[in-house]
Write a protein that binds this ligand. Structure first.
Ligand SMILES: Cc1ncc(COP(=O)(O)O)c(C=O)c1O
Length: 201
């Protein structure tokens, strides 16, 4: 943040997963120490409550917010009043309780996915154990084409997120999400992916 401030570069702090921690809360956001108004802080209910509501927020200096509000008005005339009403109600009443539930549910799903990875991937991949959020960043260790793996998996109804979606030069990672699929789908999908990788080696 100091370097950016010296160079007069604004920071966009995208913290939509910030509330979804498991064992302990993360450090405070950069925005908490932003005395110069150089951080635009973004939050959303998409990951904690419902993406369909299309409600998020941004905290930044007033002139920037005024410009963005104008662009938003010209783009979509503002977010649905019903969605805003619902989210307002939820933030006032239910937010903490629901988050506790979402965190513990996500943690169980993370633990389950790690168990499945230990069973099927211990010789063909390495991975991190996330301390929050939805995703495991899986590094496939044999030299195979993740593009081909993507195509083969797709033919079997498994949609993968290969690393090159996030970094065009990445050809070794998959982003696995444990947030939406059922535990059974997670198991079946991962088992099949491990078999495809072994076939491609
Ligand atoms: C890091 C990050 N930021 C922002 C968003 C956008 O969320 P939404 O536009 O649904 O509020 C997403 C959604 O996938 C995300 O992963």
């Amino acid at each position: 943040m100091e370097d950016c401030q010296k160079a007069s570069l604004p920071i966009i702090e995208d913290d939509v997963y910030g509330d979804l921690w498991f064992e302990q809360p993360p450090p405070k956001p950069l925005k908490a120490n932003d005395k110069q108004g150089s951080v635009l802080y973004i939050g959303s209910v998409s990951k904690t409550f419902s993406p369909g509501l299309r409600i998020g927020w941004i905290d930044g200096p007033e002139p920037v917010i005024n410009r963005l509000a104008d662009i938003k008005m010209q783009t979509d005339y503002g977010s649905s009043s019903i969605s805003q009403f619902l989210v307002n109600k939820w933030l006032k009443n239910g937010y903490e309780e629901d988050l506790t539930l979402v965190r513990s549910e996500l943690k169980c799903r993370r633990d389950y996915m790690i168990e499945i990875l230990n069973t099927y991937f211990s010789n063909i991949a390495t991975w991190n154990i996330p301390s929050g959020g939805f995703y495991i960043w899986l590094k496939i260790t044999p030299s195979i084409s993740t593009r081909k793996l993507f195509e083969k998996a797709l033919q079997e109804g498994i949609l993968l997120n290969p690393g090159n979606i996030y970094d065009k030069d990445d050809h070794t990672h998959l982003r696995l999400s444990y947030s939406y699929a059922t535990l059974d789908q997670i198991k079946k999908g991962l088992k099949r992916i491990s078999e495809l990788i072994i076939e491609m080696m």
